[in-house]
Ligand binder design. Structure first.
Ligand code: OGA
Ligand code: ZN
Ligand code: ZN
Length: 390
């Protein structure tokens, strides 16, 4: 069957997986029957709200002009027909006419089965543990720079696993910018468009020392933590300094199973994260685990070196310490850890709101070590994936 492009709606095409056969009229909805016998209810208001005509949607922006609140709540069709070209045609009270492409209707039907299918599609995330040491997705820099299909595979790995390595990178300073811009624009911070990870005498973060840097997310001090983090290795001649990664979502789900009360404490009790220097003072008060509207873990926020004193009600302080110790204890277990030392010309790219990263201590006297990093927000990643998939 053909894929028909609806120029008004949204740039996507909607395969006509089934034909409309008939409809039944009810007081506030139409029930459509498809050629595969599925039944889909569509409320009158919903149909009127989603009229794709040029009066209801501005064809240039493809954004809606109609506001459904300006239409009577009890709007009902005067006449309904399934047209010869398969479209659903409705003449409304008041004189408006709407035509709906069957593929579009099917893709947006809200009976239980398609809603469950759509939710399942959104759950493409795969949790990982130490087996990632053998399964790490590795991508080749020159290929990513010119091949959009390879780029899409990389971005899907970032979306679904939240971890990847890129090899074959140049080691010139600032060469990270080119590959980051293949995805989207970079999110600047007070540490720069690109930040330089080097041991410095006047460090404004423990990251810029040679210390062990425990498992953390970057910028938990901001209301919105950066989505993607890049860490590009230019030089790594110093002894030590291996990278450690843990899937924070896998740890949170393990905690939810092992100790639901600790999981709940970390969802409920906010923790303050702070970063300050002579010119800036960032603070954010938020729980370590965030859930989305469906109860799925959507974000981990953690960095012991940026954490302020716990400020919980006195009767819950012991509970917060117990839950915090439990979570960190899990992240320290080798069964959750990916451990790998980066060489010059290699890069990590990972979901900073999911995948915790750490650096083991290194010996700055034994050789130079220079990484450059940057951030891109998660929305940019998802937008780029959708456009590449069109
Ligand atoms: C950082 C960081 C890791 C490293 O700069 O936030 O985690 O390997 N660096 O130096
Ligand atoms: Zn219309
Ligand atoms: Zn970091």
């Amino acid at each position: 069957m053909s894929a028909v492009h609806n120029p008004i709606a949204d740039y996507r095409s909607y395969p006509q997986v089934a034909d409309l056969l008939e409809f039944a009229r009810h007081p506030d909805l139409l029930e459509l029957r498809w050629s595969d016998d599925r039944l889909s209810p569509f409320h009158h208001q919903w149909l009127r709200d989603n009229c794709p005509c040029a009066e209801c949607v501005y064809s240039v922006t493809r954004e809606q002009l109609l506001e459904i609140v300006d239409v009577a709540a009890d709007i009902a069709p005067l006449a309904v027909a399934i047209a010869a070209d398969g479209y659903l045609d409705i003449d409304w009270q008041g004189g408006h006419r709407s035509r709906y492409h069957p593929g579009w209707l099917r893709a947006h039907a809200y009976d239980d089965d398609p809603r469950a299918e759509r939710l399942a599609q959104q759950r493409s995330r795969r949790l990982w543990q130490a087996e990632m040491n053998q399964q790490l997705p590795v991508f080749d820099y020159p290929t990513l720079m010119h091949d959009d299909q390879a780029l899409l595979q990389w971005l899907l790995a970032l979306r679904d696993l939240g971890i990847s390595q890129v090899t074959g990178m140049p080691t010139a300073v600032d060469s990270l910018q080119g590959i980051a811009r293949r995805i989207a624009f970079i999110r600047e911070s007070n540490f720069g468009v690109l930040f330089n990870v080097q041991s410095k005498a006047d460090a404004d973060s423990n990251a810029y020392t040679a210390f062990n840097l425990p498992l953390h997310t970057d910028l938990p001090t901001r209301e919105l933590q950066p989505g993607l983090q890049f860490l590009h290795c230019l030089v790594n001649d110093a002894r030590g300094g291996a990278s450690v990664f843990v899937d924070g979502f896998a740890v949170a789900e393990a905690l939810r199973r092992e100790a639901p009360e600790d999981f709940r404490s970390l969802c409920e009790l906010p923790i303050e994260f702070r970063n300050k220097d002579r010119r800036s003072d960032y603070r954010c008060l938020a729980p370590l685990i965030a859930l989305d509207a469906l109860g799925n873990v959507s974000e981990i926020r953690i960095a012991n070196f940026l954490r302020g004193p716990f400020d919980a009600p006195a009767q819950r302080m012991s509970e917060l310490y117990r839950a915090y110790r439990h979570f960190i204890g899990l992240t320290r277990q080798p069964r959750f850890q990916l451990v790998c030392r980066l060489e010059a010309g290699q890069m990590w790219c990972f979901d900073n709101r999911r995948t915790l990263h750490a650096r083991r201590e290194f010996d700055p006297a034994s050789g130079a070590r220079h990484f450059q990093g940057c951030y891109i927000d998660r929305d940019e990643l998802l937008s780029r994936i959708r456009v590449l998939q069109r």
